[in-house]
Design a protein around this ligand. Structure first.
Ligand SMILES: [Cu+2]
Length: 201
């Protein structure tokens, strides 16, 4: 190979090296710019606030009414965990809301007691109960109903003798659930605090 050819070869190699170096620089600069661009784009994007968890306590309460016939008007209601159940006594007499286990007959939690309402225009007596977890809660009024043994240890609420009113027992069930189908089955009166047919209306 002649000296001229060698020299040409070296120039050619040098050009290739230079081009490669420039290409690498361009790539690096490009990457860098792209990275900054991304960072700017991310920081410029509007930040969405984290969705607040739906608070069941903020849901409208489910009302259960007591009237002059010693009965819970809405004897079966469904609520979401945390959603309040408000027992409204539009009767002149007091009532208790005593939980019980239908399989054993043993009392569970005493949900509360509501005093009577003296008459039209007087303050309505209420009691609020909140159930944290899904489940089924059975209750009855100890003054106007009783638990009768039906089989083995199981019980069912029964009408207490000498108590006026309907023949049925003053008892009810609260189903705590997130099932929309069950929640949709509540009687429409569960949405109203005061029923106009009774005291306080
Ligand atoms: Cu009662």
């Amino acid at each position: 190979m002649s000296r001229i050819a060698v020299s040409e070869n070296r120039r050619h190699i040098t050009r290739i090296g230079l081009a490669a170096t420039l290409l690498m620089l361009a790539v690096l600069i490009g990457l860098n710019i792209t990275g900054v661009g991304c960072a700017k784009a991310q920081s410029a994007a509007p930040k969405k606030p984290a969705a607040a968890p739906a608070s069941a306590a903020a849901l409208p309460p489910v009302y259960v009414h007591m009237n002059g016939f010693n009965a819970f008007v809405e004897s079966v209601v469904a609520v979401q965990p945390g959603q309040p159940v408000i027992f409204v006594d539009e009767d002149t007499g007091a009532h208790t809301i005593q939980g019980y286990n239908p399989a054993t007959g043993k009392p569970t939690k005493l949900f509360g007691m509501v005093l009577g309402t003296k008459g039209p225009g007087h303050k309505i007596s209420t009691f609020k109960a909140v159930f944290k977890n899904p489940g089924v809660h059975y209750y009855y009024c100890t003054m106007h109903a009783m638990l009768e043994k039906v089989y083995h240890h199981s019980v069912q609420p029964a009408h207490r003798p000498m108590v006026h009113g309907f023949a049925g027992a003053m008892a009810g069930i609260v189903v705590v659930t997130r099932d929309p189908a069950l929640l949709a089955e509540n009687p429409t009166t569960c949405k109203e605090k005061i029923l106009s047919d009774y005291f306080g209306g």
